[in-house]
Write a protein that binds this ligand. Sequence first.
Ligand code: NDP
Ligand code: MG
Length: 381
Amino acid sequence: MKKISLLGATGSIGLQTIDILKAQKEAFQLVAVSSGRNIEATKQIIDDLQPQLVSVQDAEDARRLQQEYPHIEITYGAQGLVDVATHPETTMLVNAVLGSVGLESTLAAIRMGKTIAIANKETLVTAGHLVMAEARKYNAAILPVDSEHSALFQSMNGENPKNIERLILTASGGSFRDRSREELQHVTVKDALNHPNWSMGAKITIDSATMMNKGLEVIEAHVLFNMPYDKIDVLLHRESIIHSLVEYHDTSVIAQLGTPDMRVPIQYALSYPERLPLQGGQPLNLAQIGQLSFKEVDIERFKALKLAYEAGRAGGTMLTAMNAANEAAVSLFLQEKITFVQIEELIERVMHAHNNVLLPDLETILHVDNETRKIVLDMVK
Ligand code: NDP
Ligand code: MG
């Protein structure tokens, strides 16, 4: 029985994780859990899985929940995330919170030697060098949940990493893959939220439409698998059936395939190194699909991807600045305060103005993250 802490339980990844935990009660036990402001969904999780510790975003929500559930420990805010991540009974943290708020709790869990199943890619982008150095120091395994990275991880199973020639991340192209740059000028939030292959949280759906999601994933792959950027490619693949590929020195390519269903990589991280049957999983029927398509990415068309490679190659706090600018800009777009193309413009302006600090410590990262969000707000005022 694996004992689990889960951050971001009420989100898209979080609720799919909850479904798996409910279906596999003999394999997993949810001990500690965090959510944000969705209190109804939080109560449902408490009723279904009876965790010992629950954290919500706001103090007032925590107070009310405590009255309703006097036998459970309820906490809140940034400290609440750390409390859930470091619960003494858990051996694995599933981090499915959104954005760089997940960083400190991840580091805290690593320092207790817990295994980290990480969906929260912003944490790896903003502070990848710190997370991986601490994971090595405390012997904490980091298991990918993101479908592409899970595919890469599965395609490397049993291979000597020295023999890897190249990582190839597949990309569906997002909601606007068939539109030109000119056509992007007037797209709406509703258009952008309409992803062709995956149902996901709002922020990552917008990131997929700008292709910043793939940019974040290139950086995530660099961090997780210690590969130079020149050896990480992106390939357009509309159907999202091949989730990513690893090319070896001898030109062999190993890939992982499956119907697009995030529960597959989530459950694989949870059950690793075992596999469990997936309740309601749809087996892949390639004969029915008939054809798969592939295309080179036009890096000028998808400017956010280009910016992400630039930030990755620069390293240091440039990554934090880029990520925070993206988080702030996407939030403004979702509030309809800026246009879709302004997301990229704001990130680019922030990056050009940023004074890069190489190998930053946690304090510097948190400072740059905070300041960048303010700079973005000032830019649109
Ligand atoms: P969602 O927006 O659906 O969920 C985010 C979760 O985090 C919710 O539980 C939310 O709480 C909580 N949350 C948000 N802000 C805070 C905060 N300040 N303090 C505490 N809790 C907070 O996101 P997704 O599930 O789509 O994505 C989560 C992560 O997984 C992201 O990093 C994303 O890039 C990554 N990912 C997602 C995929 C997907 O298919 N969705 C695929 C691959 C990676 P509440 O809703 O209660 O307010
Ligand atoms: Mg992905």
